[in-house]
Design a protein around this ligand. Structure first.
Ligand code: SF4
Length: 354
């Protein structure tokens, strides 16, 4: 086996890098014909090929289980298309839009909720004309306070291209916040260059970067340095993670992930329940398991380390928090009962009647 210095884009390259056994090549070529494969050298180096349960491999190496779709799985599980007034824009909530600039990523996650839309040979990146139409849409809607650059991964673009888009958004008076969703700081940390950081900054407006990472091992020394370059430049960072079977579905790993975010000045933001994307059932957990994990985090970790556990309701109805509840009404009384972090329940009185 040789450690690759090139991006691995198909099962033959994964085989040459010693990441998959020869007997799986045929079935994994079938998976790759349907869903994009890409692994950066940085991410590939994190995989321990001798561990059949390696949590990094599980996120990025194709699996024959992806060939089987289950009931309820759908190509557009969070309903982007039904909220897309013009190409590249998803306007689901009143005060914010998604702006999808590209449909490519440095790595392709096997659980991706947009797996039918991202990857080479899928939809093209936004053309200059389509981008102008998308910007016109944002200009014409004064209720849009925040623009979320997503994709694909927007930080795969060159600093020059990013600067053009960020400046165009910054020139729109009612847009105050630009939020960037990315996996680049962990997948290809060297791309977070001084020029890229400068391209994201905007005088008088705020840029937030939301890092997608799912296992503490993704926060390598280089990844931490990349995040530090963003935060040191005054760009706040948040995290989003997907709850994944065999990757982070135990309290110890999930807790370690949240702590490593906070230690690197990245505030845990969302823990997503896995979306109903085709061929991803083997990576999803039950909602009851997710709620039990959230209780475990609440019981053992600092408040800084608590993400919001959310589900994107299939059909495009938006995101809802689905974490456990700690408060209920006492049966047949007006008072409440609140649960503490040890699971003990306590009465809380209602407002006195005047
Ligand atoms: S980085 Fe995001 S858009 Fe790209 S494959 Fe992963 S989940 Fe999908």
């Amino acid at each position: 086996m040789t450690r690759s210095t090139a991006v691995l884009r198909d099962p033959a390259a994964l085989l040459a890098a010693g990441l998959i056994p020869p007997e799986r090549l045929g079935e994994l070529q079938q998976v790759a014909a349907r869903y994009a494969v890409s692994l950066t050298p940085h991410m590939a180096a994190l995989i321990d090929p001798s561990d059949p349960h390696d949590p990094i491999a599980r996120q990025f190496l194709p699996d024959a289980a992806e060939l089987w779709s289950r009931e309820g799985e759908t190509p557009d599980p969070i309903g982007d298309d039904s909220h897309s007034p013009v190409e590249g824009i998803v306007h689901r909530y009143p005060d914010r839009v998604l702006l999808k600039l590209v449909h490519v990523c440095p790595v392709y996650c096997r659980f991706c909720f947009r797996r039918e839309m991202v990857g080479p040979g899928r939809r093209q990146s936004l053309s200059s004309t389509a981008l102008e139409v998308a910007l016109d849409y944002i200009r014409a809607h004064p209720e849009i306070w925040e623009v979320i650059l997503t994709g694909g991964d927007p930080l795969i673009l060159s600093p020059r291209r990013l600067r053009e888009v960020v400046r165009a958004l910054g020139a729109i008076e009612h847009v105050q916040i630009i939020r960037v969703h990315t996996r680049v700081p962990v997948a290809a940390p060297d791309r977070i260059s001084a020029a890229l950081v400068r391209a994201l900054k905007l005088r008088g407006k705020s840029t937030y970067v939301v890092l997608h990472a799912n296992h503490p091992r993704e926060l390598t020394e280089n990844a931490r340095a990349a995040c530090a370059r963003l935060v040191d430049a005054g760009i706040p960072m948040l995290s989003q993670s997907v709850l994944l079977r065999g990757v982070n579905d135990d309290a110890e790993t999930l807790g370690a992930l949240m702590r490593v975010f906070v230690e690197n000045r990245i505030k845990p933001y969302y823990l997503h329940h896995g979306d109903l994307a085709p061929g991803t059932a083997h990576l999803r957990t039950g909602i009851d398991e997710g709620q039990a994990l959230m209780r475990a985090l609440q019981g053992r970790l600092s408040g800084l380390c608590q993400p919001t556990y959310v589900l994107d309701i299939p059909g495009g109805h938006g995101k809802s928090p689905i974490g456990p509840s700690y408060i209920s009404r006492r049966s047949s009384r007006a008072e409440f009962e609140v649960e503490d972090f040890n699971g003990q329940r306590h009465a809380y009185p209602p407002l006195p009647s005047s």
